[in-house]
Design a binder for this molecule. Structure first.
Ligand SMILES: [Zn+2]
Length: 246
């Protein structure tokens, strides 16, 4: 579910095989440090990966296991030649130093040897702020911890209606409610459940968000695919005019 959420929230792909199956995508990944450690030599490991893995899988060489990233990238280029798709830098934060300078060096060394098309893939404790900082050199990111959990949404179950009669404790608004979304400005509008036409201050007409999906334990409505949800999320982000949290 974490990977499904990452995908519908805008990530391009997921790496766990069963998660990818769940959302109907092909799993994407690079190489593991365990491969380098078991083989004991980066160049041999790159060649072994290249020999064993299906040709349609992109060759993304992990270049920071035993040596400096710059020399690791050149080793990968030597081992795989034009088959090298990207180098992955998974430099731990304890060793990171000036990551922009490390990437600039890697980019420079690859470029001067004719590997301009080789991309740079970053991973290791990255969050959305790092990504903004590193975008000038990095082409792709592997993100885990920063999005594998979310801030808690504070909620509680309260009785607000008894046998059709609005009734709630002090501090709570009584009666069954509907939440409407304005398709124009993304605003959320709370209204009594039986209200059907809700006008947003911006002029848009609110669409109800609460829909019945399960009745007597049976799913009664078609579920959207992860791809459809992701498309909608991306378009909402694209069109978003209000500030997050507003
Ligand atoms: Zn609106």
């Amino acid at each position: 579910m974490i990977e499904r959420n990452a995908y519908i929230g805008g990530c391009d792909g997921v790496s766990a095989v069963s998660s990818a199956e769940l959302i109907g995508e092909k799993p994407l990944g690079t190489m593991a440090h365990s491969l380098m450690i078991c083989v004991g030599d980066e160049k041999k490991a790159f060649k072994a990966f290249n020999a064993a893995v299906e040709p349609e899988v992109r060759r993304v060489a992990l270049v920071d296991t035993f040596q400096d990233e710059k020399f690791g990238a050149l080793t990968a280029a030597e081992a795989l030649g034009q088959k090298l798709y990207a180098v992955r830098l998974d430099t731990p934060s304890s060793r990171r130093g000036d990551f922009l300078k490390i990437m600039r060096e890697v980019r420079w060394e690859l470029d001067t040897r004719g590997f301009r098309d080789v991309k740079i893939f970053l991973s290791g404790g990255l969050d959305e702020y790092d990504i903004l900082r590193y975008n000038s050199y990095a082409d792709a990111y592997g993100v885990g911890t920063a999005i594998s959990n979310a801030p808690v949404v504070d909620f509680a179950f309260d009785i607000v209606e008894v046998e059709g009669q609005p009734r709630a404790k002090r501090g709570k608004m009584s009666g069954k409610k509907q939440t409407f979304r304005c398709p124009e400005c993304e605003a959320r509008i709370l209204a009594p459940f039986n209200d059907t036409e809700i006008l947003c201050p911006c002029g848009g007409t609110g669409e109800p968000l609460l829909t019945q999906y399960i009745e007597n334990g049976e799913i009664v409505k078609d579920l959207q695919s992860a791809q459809d949800i992701r498309r909608r999320v991306m378009s909402e982000i694209e069109n978003r005019t209000i500030e997050p949290g507003a």
